[in-house]
Design a binder for this molecule. Structure first.
Ligand SMILES: *[C@@H]1O[C@H](CO)[C@@H](O)[C@H](O)[C@H]1NC(C)=O
Ligand SMILES: *[C@@H]1O[C@H](CO)[C@@H](O)[C@H](O)[C@H]1NC(C)=O
Length: 319
């Protein structure tokens, strides 16, 4: 039976996948001069599997919501330099959701960021948004980061995606991680419902035609014990800008530690050139659940480094 024509679901520009927050400290404004319009309230459609949203302002309700498996938990980083992208991303998620009141955003900000300013900015534009803001202790990860070929990738907040299982409350069991430079044009609940199978920890669009070799250095491939990492895996490149993560499985497998171990090795011997992505490939490539490519139309930003510009995926696109 022929497959239905693909409809583009969402679009990305994703060399930025690694570049969540790149601006150097000296250029990050300490107060935001940007003002954003207030978004309207978005309402659930009658089909939503929702609970009572009438009185979410008590602590009990907030706690219930914060932990519910019936909502879509979205994880994003938040910082002053990229806040315009984040605002657009949040709005796009709400606009295209059938159940926008069943979405909780979990924003991760640098410990050095002005959290009250970030919180106030979000609240002013999205007065009805259910969200939490977490401080990411980036001092800890800073010591693990070795300089990449793109300085933008070295920002500590770029690594927050590796720590979501530690940062988010234990009761949050699944999260959709999104980079700050994305615009969704379909319902995030569909993405969140991606089956993870019996044992996948995360789901993401895979690119098995990408030259996997090029993501690691000759030092890596020429070291027998290191290159064995991929020996029994059908490892394909995947982009970490859009991921569905089973946080329970992540915590059970202590994958944060596994990623950190690769980062420690990278500090001693250079096994890759990019930032937060390669450790994900080392730990997960070949063992992830696939997501339709339309959920990450990446490459639109024009990744000119080594001519890695990507073609659009088939199907109509909307950015
Ligand atoms: C943080 O932002 C608030 C505005 O929301 C401002 O009043 C405060 O001075 C800022 N704090 C710092 C340390 O910059
Ligand atoms: C894949 O990348 C490696 C290292 O960058 C290169 O040596 C090799 O020729 C590439 N293979 C193909 C098929 O392009």
């Amino acid at each position: 039976m022929p497959k239905p024509p693909p409809q583009t679901i969402l679009l990305f520009f994703s060399l930025y996948t690694f570049v969540t927050a790149a601006t150097s400290a000296s250029t990050v404004p300490t107060t935001l001069s940007l003002q954003f319009r207030e978004a309207p309230e978005f309402y659930n459609s009658p089909e939503c599997p929702s609970f009572n949203h009438g009185d979410t302002d008590t602590d009990d309700d907030n706690n219930m919501n914060k932990c519910s498996d019936n909502v879509v938990h979205v994880g994003m980083t938040l910082d002053a330099a990229y806040i315009r992208g984040s605002m657009a991303a949040v709005l796009s998620v709400l606009q295209h959701s059938s159940c926008p009141q069943d979405i909780i955003f979990h924003f991760v900000a640098s410990a050095s960021a002005n959290a009250s300013l970030l919180r106030a900015t979000i609240s002013a534009s999205f007065p009805y948004l259910q969200f939490q803001l977490y401080r990411f202790d980036d001092g800890a990860v800073a010591g693990l980061i070795s300089t990449s070929i793109r300085s933008a990738l070295d920002c500590t907040l770029n690594y927050a995606r590796s720590y979501l299982a530690n940062i988010l409350p234990l009761c949050v069991r699944k999260v959709v991680y999104l980079d700050s430079d994305i615009i969704l044009v379909d319902d995030i609940a569909k993405l969140a419902a991606t089956p993870l199978g019996d044992d996948s920890v995360l789901a993401a669009p895979e690119y098995c035609n990408a030259n996997f070799t090029s993501y690691f250095t000759p030092t890596f491939w020429s070291n027998p014990s290191l290159s064995l990492t991929f020996a029994n895996r059908k490892a394909c490149y995947f982009n970490t800008g859009v991921m569905v993560i089973d946080l329970d499985r992540w915590r059970d497998g202590d994958y944060t530690t596994k990623i950190e171990e690769w980062m420690e090795l990278q500090k001693r011997m250079r096994i890759y050139e990019l930032g937060s992505l390669p450790p994900f490939l080392l730990v997960f490539a070949g063992n992830i659940a696939p997501v339709d490519h339309r959920w990450n139309q990446h490459g639109l930003g024009g990744d000119n480094f080594r001519g890695l510009c990507r073609d659009l995926h088939p199907g109509p696109g909307k950015v």
